[in-house]
Design a protein around this ligand. Structure first.
Ligand code: NAD
Length: 444
């Protein structure tokens, strides 16, 4: 089938490359000419394991191309997939990218004679596809959904850091369909996959995505609340608590990934989607105390790490503090709403001198999240730790897991280590003379 994917971000490009590898002919529509050029040369504009090599392979097989030409690629496609951004601004979902792309899509479809299905893959609050996307498409294309055009909503569940694998081997496909023809046409895309399909209406598909992200966010905040209680009880270590919990047969290996205490959830999805769901529920007049607490716990979590540091080394003014890890999780270069940024912000407010290292963030800090921050980015760990008064580990990168107590003791002025991800052996570090503190660990 011929597919147009609108949006060349994490979801758009990964979806495009995976569909191309299934044998479809995919055009990837973007706005940024440099990015389009990079994609056509086989360079992924962001890091995701194995993405670049599969991109090159589908380019060689001429299964994919990137373009800014909406008209040509959409007009020639059987299915168009919307994968544009849906940030949350001021507690409400911002649909401006969805609206603009729907309008462009509709205009490009004006002169198309054959049937086409439009699929919303962006995460949108319930009723958006029906009440926002559908009227824009109908108006700008002068065609009727349910006649000349079909409409589906299919939420995306890929996890950054594992995105390609998730897209190539999804566990299920949710198809919110405007009508049966729309759903059946869209499902042809995945006919080679032997996995469950859930056919439902548009708004239920939209709700499924928020239910999933709300659940994972809840598990993480619950884990961090248990960590707070554990920290207040002499001798309790939350790492052992979760080890005991994960072995419960009723908890799957996949779920246990979210039942673990740390610096809090970040990234491009959980923070914005929980806030959008909260805003949506408020608009409906529904009280959502649980969701509100989930967000509050998460907002406060990074500050707890800074408090832990202050309790250990006192006033931070003028002190050199090393941050190990800026991305919201390992195996990604995504900094969006990373807990590390909140920690950095708190350290700057405390007038500390902040030195940051992350294996994925180059020294020339071009990322919008880091521009203008009074921090020093280092390309090697030694420079970040050299003569530091304290260090915080905020991303569980493998290269950090391998560090020994001797490494911290050699480079730091004072080997004070706050383990925000609990990646080190407490006994080994404490016995080796490191002042080791961590989430969910009571302070002796
Ligand atoms: P992103 O910001 O990385 O990418 C969105 C892309 O769309 C950008 O490159 C932007 O330039 C492009 N775009 C916007 N308007 C356009 C237009 N009119 N024409 C062409 N391109 C346009 O966002 P993302 O992380 O890929 O997320 C996309 C959607 O998928 C969001 O709704 C998000 O909530 C959802 N989602 C994201 C993830 C994830 O892990 N990132 C997972 C599941 C679902």
């Amino acid at each position: 089938m011929k597919i147009a994917v609108i949006g060349t971000g994490y979801v758009g490009l990964v979806t495009a490359v995976s569909l191309a590898s299934f044998g479809h002919n995919v055009s990837c529509i973007g706005r940024n000419k440099d990015k389009i050029g990079q994609i056509n040369q086989g360079k992924a504009p962001f890091y995701e394991p194995n993405l670049q090599s599969l991109l090159r392979s589908v380019l060689l097989r001429k299964r994919i191309y990137a373009t800014a030409d909406f008209h040509k690629s959409v007009a020639q496609s059987d299915i168009s997939i919307l994968a544009v951004g849906t940030p949350t601004i001021g507690g409400r979902i911002d649909l401006s990218e969805v609206k603009e792309a729907s309008e462009q899509l509709g205009r490009a479809l004006r002169h198309r004679k054959a049937y086409q299905v439009i699929v919303v893959k962006s995460t949108v609050i319930p009723m958006t596809t029906e009440e926002v996307v559908k009227p824009i498409l109908e108006k700008s294309s002068s065609k009727k959904i349910g006649k000349e055009l079909g409409l589906c909503m299919s939420p995306e569940f890929l996890r950054e850091g594992n995105a390609l694998e998730d897209a190539l081997y999804p566990d299920r496909i949710i198809i919110g369909q405007y009508d049966v023809r729309s759903g059946e046409t869209f499902s042809q895309l995945y006919k080679k996959l032997n996995i469950p399909f859930v056919f439902t209406n548009l708004q239920t598909a939209e709700m499924i995505k928020y239910a999933v992200n709300g659940l994972f966010a809840t598990l993480i905040s619950y884990s961090n609340e248990i960590a707070r209680i554990s920290e207040a009880v002499d001798g309790v270590d939350v790492v052992d608590v979760w080890r005991g919990v994960h072995l419960d047969r009723r908890i799957s290996a996949g779920t246990s990934h979210y039942i673990y205490s740390g610096a809090g959830f970040g990234g491009s999805c959980l923070p914005k989607d929980t806030k959008a769901l909260l805003g949506f529920a408020k608009k409906l007049g529904i009280e959502t105390n649980l969701l509100k607490s989930v967000i509050d716990i998460n907002t406060a979590q990074p500050q707890r790490l800074v408090t832990m540091l202050k309790n250990t080394i006192g006033n931070l003014k003028g002190k050199k503090i090393a941050i190990l890890g800026l991305t919201f999780k390992p195996n990604t270069d995504d900094l969006r709403e990373s807990a590390s940024l909140a920690v950095v912000d708190a350290l700057i407010k405390n007038e500390a001198r902040v030195f940051c290292h992350d294996p994925m963030i180059p020294q020339k800090r071009q990322t919008p999240e880091l521009v203008d921050l009074p921090i020093t980015l280092t390309t090697n760990l030694e420079d970040a730790l050299k003569d530091a008064d304290g260090a915080l580990v905020l991303t569980a990168w493998n290269e950090y897991k391998k560090l020994t107590p001797a490494f911290f003791k050699t480079h730091m002025k004072n080997p004070v280590l706050i383990d925000g991800r609990r990646i080190y052996s407490k006994a080994y570090f404490i016995d080796s003379g490191v002042a080791y503190k961590g989430i969910g660990l009571s302070t002796p």
